[in-house]
Ligand binder design. Sequence first.
Ligand code: AMP
Ligand code: ZN
Length: 140
Amino acid sequence: MNNCIFCRIAAGDIPAHVIYSNQVGLAFLDIRPLAAGHTLWIPKQHYGSLDEITDHAAVELLKELPRLAKTVRDVTDSGGYNILLNNGTVAGQEVAHVHFHIIPRREDDDLGYRWLAGEYPDGQAEALQERLHRVLMNHA
Ligand code: AMP
Ligand code: ZN
C-alpha cells in the first residue's frame, strides 16, 4: 500500500478540495494555506523529487502552470503570486511527492519575499560558472 498522502489524494482515497484535474496532474487547495487560494499542483504519478520527473510529466505540468496560477490570482482577486517548489528535506520539502505551490499575494499580506542574499568571494562565481557550464554542456 502506498503511504504517500498526495498519491492517496490523486487516487481519490482521501478527500481534497480539487480545483483541476487532467491526465497528468491534479490541483487542489493546500490544507494549511499561506493565503486563501494557496494551491498545490502535483503529478498524479509519484515522483519524490523534481529531478526524478519524466520529460513528459515536466512538460505537461509546466504547460498548465501559467493558466492555473493566473486563475488562482484572478479568482482570489490577488495582485500576483509566488510559484514555489521545495525540493529535498533541507529545502523544506515535507511531502515527498513533487508539488508546485501557487501562493496568491497581496500588498498587505505580511508574507515577505526576500531571503538574505550573500556575496561571492573573489573568483568563486567564475570557478562555479566554469564547473557548472562544463557539466551542463557535457564536457565534464
Ligand atoms: P512542502 O513543505 O513543500 O512539502 O509542502 C507540503 C504542503 O502540503 C504543505 O503546505 C501542507 O500544508 C500541504 N498538505 C499536507 N497534507 C495535505 C493534504 N492532505 N491536503 C492538502 N494539502 C496538504
Ligand atoms: Zn506520491
